[in-house]
Design a protein around this ligand. Structure first.
Ligand code: F6P
Length: 344
């Protein structure tokens, strides 16, 4: 009878709803299905650098399915980032501490940066499994990351609320959502929230097209308009997307315009049922890979199925909204303006 495996789990990068559901999926499957030992690693990769661990057992994992954030804490520590005085020391220190802790494998839960670090640690000889999470939904290789559905729900609720106040004041409302360099949140929340204009980083926009469209709405008697912008669109560095676009609209259309930057509200609170299910499934799948010693993989969702891809294929590649995405095509047909010259 081989010794039960000992696995470490860490959460890294921006937090999101569903992280604790994923921890619970990994931990409970490891303990109950395989009798493994489970250790939480504090604050992402910092915990591996400082041997900062939290033993996890059934009781520490109970009651966290619905809890936002991460009970382990997180950080944006990038151990492979070349800093002059610590060129390659951090990865070697992580490898030493991984061996000292007696881990058979570590599960790294995070976004693009975390998957890149996980792939590099696998190359250094560590047994690693990656679980893709982020509200940005921009991890190449998987159709969906957990965190996205919760942020989408929050952003859509916010847009719904803006309709009533915009209508009361006959204003144009600009709302900025997160998404880093990708437009998934803006596209999905904009379409779900009935946005009239949706601007995403993947499509070059022209303010003349936007303002012409908004003026046409005014002329046709529409009492207000909703403009949804992704934080990563092209705009002056020192200005938020919402501020930049709201100013251009007020100047160009001559209608009172207000802005809302949704910010970190999109990352807070309890995960939606979809994210709880996705995170739990990802976690359970990760442990089955570990039990089979099928390391160096990232768990993914393709259609309705969960599977896995080699980390060195994924390693932090960005997944952006394609120009022919069905929501873009259907959106144009519904009269949504994406600010592009050829479109509305
Ligand atoms: O990656 C998630 C995310 O919320 C992005 O959408 C956003 O641009 C970024 O993190 C904010 O980073 P931080 O939490 O370090 O301010």
């Amino acid at each position: 009878m081989s010794k039960p495996k000992k696995i470490g789990i860490l959460t890294a990068g921006g937090d999101c709803p569903g992280l604790n559901a994923a921890l619970r999926g990994v931990g409970k499957t490891a303990i109950l299905k395989y009798g493994m030992e489970v250790v939480g690693i504090s604050s992402g990769f910092l915990g591996l650098l400082h041997n900062d661990y939290i033993p996890l057992d059934e009781s520490s994992l109970s009651g966290i399915l619905t809890l936002g954030g991460t009970i382990l804490g997180t950080s944006r520590e990038k151990p492979f980032k070349k800093t002059h005085h610590l060129a390659n020391e951090k990865p070697q220190l992580i490898k030493k501490n991984y061996e000292k802790a007696g881990f058979d494998c570590i599960v790294c839960i995070g976004g693009n940066g975390t998957m890149r670090t996980a792939a590099l640690l696998a190359k250094e000889g560590l047994n690693v499994i990656g679980l893709p999470k982020t509200i940005d939904n921009d991890v190449w290789g998987t159709d969906q990351t957990f965190g996205f559905d919760s942020a989408l729900t929050i952003a859509t609720d916010a847009i719904d609320r803006l309709h009533t106040t915009a209508n009361s004041h006959k204003r144009i409302m600009v709302i900025e959502v997160m998404g880093h360099h990708a437009g998934w949140l803006a596209l999905y929340a904009g379409m779900a929230g009935g946005g009239d204009v949706i601007l995403i980083p993947e499509l070059d926009y022209d303010m003349k097209v936007v303002n012409k469209y908004l003026k046409k709405r005014v002329k046709s008697g529409k009492p207000y308009s909703i403009v949804v912008v992704a934080e990563g669109i092209d705009k002056p560095k020192k200005m938020s997307a919402a501020t930049y676009i709201a100013e251009r609209i007020e100047e160009g259309v001559g209608i009172e315009t207000r802005k809302t930057i949704l910010g970190y509200i999109q990352r807070g609170g309890s995960p939606t049922p979809t994210d709880r299910l996705l995170a739990s499934s990802f976690g359970a799948w990760a442990v089955d890979l570990i039990a089979a010693e099928d390391y160096g993989k990232m768990v993914i969702k393709k259609g309705e199925n969960i599977s896995a891809l080699p980390l060195d294929e994924v390693g932090g590649k960005l997944r952006l909204v394609p120009a022919d995405h069905p929501l873009l095509l259907k959106g144009r047909g519904l009269g949504v303006c994406f600010g592009t010259k050829e479109g509305l």
